[in-house]
Design a protein around this ligand. Structure first.
Ligand SMILES: *[C@@H]1O[C@H](CO)[C@@H](O)[C@H](O)[C@H]1NC(C)=O
Ligand SMILES: *[C@@H]1O[C@H](CO)[C@@H](O)[C@H](O)[C@H]1NC(C)=O
Length: 322
């Protein structure tokens, strides 16, 4: 009975221990600096032990400075702070963050995070992949993930795509095209009327690849509509037009000679063409006289009044002119 009582008291005192014993506020725990697509976010867990109305403040620094000279979030109650939203950060820099808790007038110690080198450590999300089938071929369009700062290809010049594709339901027989730099790729070694699935991953030398994209699927149709057929037909039409123009320019004399021959027309053709037409309509028109125009005679009679000013003006000007 007394032993049980003793154990109970011991358990109770150890449970209440941290708050009862220390008047000092515990520091946040599990502090980590993370980066996804070139952002910079500090995260942490609350201090151990019960505490009410805790707020947190964060700071960070790049590896070249000694002090935590950049301020992140101040007096926030949530457990993360997006430092890249509040500050300018640089893609090749190495950063460390820290956070402390505050409750009323009490402040905890600062708790430092792991360091992060942005271009090496940032987690690159998957590219965005869309497919369009074109006959027995499938065109894959790839969009890079959007970075918080800069663009994927500006940070990683060596980035290439690894495109994996397989017949729906036969993942184990997947084929892949690697070292692809274009964002539009045509898969044309496919069977017609078959469903294929495609997954793309961004490969970067000396660091982790991106997350693979979710598999997207599309069905091929008949072979005839393959895009290269259209391309060949278009090319053929253009080539023939060009050839025709060239031939027309080179042989324009021969052609004009052919179209407007110098040879005289046979005599009976000329006679036929030059003979007066004998259609009754034409004859009627030719023999008719133009209709008489009807008119009335109009006489203009002066009323005796003469305009004065023009005369005066003419009279006054004459002496000046002489
Ligand atoms: C943060 O909270 C502390 C303590 O409550 C206060 O002294 C300080 O002015 C606050 N800072 C800001 C920027 O709100
Ligand atoms: C491309 O992806 C496939 C499937 O995930 C994998 O087997 C292959 O090794 C990858 N190639 C490269 C160059 O990463």
């Amino acid at each position: 009975m007394s032993a049980a009582m003793c154990a109970f008291i011991l358990t109770l005192s150890s449970a209440l221990g941290p708050t009862v014993v220390s008047g000092v506020l515990g520091a946040p725990t599990h502090v980590r600096l993370t980066s996804y697509d070139m952002n910079l976010v500090l995260m942490w867990d609350p201090p151990e032990g019960p505490a009410s109305s805790i707020v947190y403040s964060t700071q960070f620094k790049s590896s070249v400075s000694l002090d935590f000279d950049k301020v992140g979030c101040v007096n926030i109650s949530n457990l993360e702070c997006d430092l890249s939203r509040l500050n300018t950060i640089f893609q090749y820099a190495k950063y460390t963050g820290r956070v402390r808790a505050q409750s009323g007038t009490e402040s905890s110690a600062w708790m430092e995070s792991n360091p992060i080198t942005l271009d090496k450590d940032t987690v690159i999300s998957s590219p965005d992949v869309s497919l369009s089938s074109n006959g027995a071929a499938i065109e894959v369009s790839i969009k890079d993930p959007v970075f918080m700062i800069s663009a994927l290809r500006e940070v990683y010049h060596s980035a290439t795509y690894n495109i994996t594709y397989w017949q729906h339901g036969q993942r184990e027989k997947a084929r892949s095209k690697s070292n692809i730099q274009q964002s539009r790729v045509v898969l044309n070694d496919l069977d017609p009327w078959t469903k294929y699935c495609v997954q793309v991953q961004i490969i970067i030398t000396d660091r982790n690849p991106s997350k693979p994209s979710a598999a997207v699927c599309e069905s091929t149709t008949s072979k005839a509509e393959a895009p290269w057929v259209a391309a060949v037909v278009t090319f053929g039409v253009v080539a023939m037009s060009v050839a025709l123009v060239v031939v027309a320019v080179l042989y324009r004399k021969h052609i004009s000679h052919f179209l407007c021959p110098k040879d005289a027309l046979p005599q009976h053709f000329k006679e036929y063409l030059l003979a007066p037409p004998n259609s009754s309509m034409y004859l009627a028109m030719r023999n008719s006289h133009p209709p008489d125009e009807i008119y009335n005679q109009v006489s203009v009679i002066a009323d005796g009044r003469t305009p004065e000013e023009p005369l005066e003006a003419a009279g006054s000007k004459q002496p000046d002119a002489t």
